[in-house]
Design a protein. Structure first.
Length: 297
């Protein structure tokens, strides 16, 4: 009996699982942080585009709900406003966004309420197929507005078209959290873009692209009998000392294809490849930790 007890007491204890060494945990942690930093721009841009697409879809639905009469009244009011504007805009040296040059708002109008369908201030939708842009257009060019989408420069024509009008739309470029006008420098003469506003579709063909030097000023005044829209953003990325100007002239009649696709839900953002990258990275880090633990057995 005592012999059995002694044999049991001398039996070796089962091996304990060893803890992962600190360097393995640190390596895995750094790898995860690096992965998150690497994927942040594409992830944030995808999320931003998704939110913008939701706003655009809601806007299109709210405009449809207004009915043809209310849509027409809003467009006519905007055209009356445009007819009473004086001056235009300038992209001046040392300024990040265009500046109004003339009467900002005719006295009898409340700019913020023109073409306003909801509390967000969204007035239109801008599509640039050549660079896969589909963005909401808001009133004004405040910093808060330009973080969300495209801003319309108050003091220039509202984007409803018409002879002798020149509308200026501006957006940021190179933000880590949103795409916006980042690829506006890739737009070429001959490309087209469309503006959907209160049930109407306006198509424009790019007739001029240019970069304004810091010591230059470029007037954006209306031109007699011409229907123009200029898209503006800063360049070079991260420095923002110059401005890119992309000017389009109205195509009439509006191409049938543009009319047929009006009001459709945005087809961007596409598939979230960043999620695939994140999942693959996490799996790789998990396999690394599993292998390190296996080596310690």
């Amino acid at each position: 009996m005592s012999t059995t007890t002694e044999q049991r007491s001398e039996a070796p204890a089962p091996p304990r699982a060893r803890r992962l060494p600190g360097f393995a945990l640190i390596t895995a942690g750094l790898a995860l942080i690096g992965l998150l930093v690497l994927l942040y721009p594409s992830t944030a841009a995808w999320v931003s585009q998704y939110q913008q697409s939701q706003l655009i879809t809601a806007y299109s639905g709210e405009v449809r709900d207004l009915g043809p009469n209310a849509q027409t009244d809003a467009i006519e009011q905007a055209r009356t406003y445009n007819a009473q504007l004086t001056g235009g805009a300038q992209v001046a040296a040392g300024e990040r966004i265009p500046l109004s040059d003339g009467t900002a708002t005719p006295e009898r109008f409340d700019y913020e309420q023109l073409l306003r369908v909801d509390k967000t201030g969204l007035m239109a939708r801008l599509k640039i197929p050549s660079i896969a842009v589909d963005l909401p257009v808001y009133h004004g060019t405040s910093e808060a507005t330009l973080m969300e989408g495209v801003g319309h420069l108050e003091g220039t024509a509202l984007p409803v078209g018409g002879p002798s009008t020149h509308s200026v739309l501006t957006a940021h470029r190179g933000l880590a959290s949103a795409e916006l006008f980042t690829r506006l420098d890739r737009v070429r003469v001959g490309d087209t873009f469309t503006i959907e506003v209160f049930g109407e579709v306006l198509s424009y063909q790019v007739i001029d692209t240019r970069i304004v030097e810091p010591d230059q000023t470029e007037s954006l005044f209306p031109r007699a009998d011409r229907d123009l829209v200029t898209l503006v953003t800063c360049t070079p990325l991260g420095i923002n000392s110059h401005r890119i100007l992309v000017t389009g002239e109205r195509i009439t009649p509006t191409p049938v294809a543009d009319i047929e696709h009006a009001g459709e839900s945005p087809d961007i953002p596409g598939f979230p490849w960043w999620a695939v990258g994140l999942g693959a990275g996490v799996i790789a880090i998990g396999l690394y930790l599993w292998w390190m633990r296996r080596l310690l057995r």
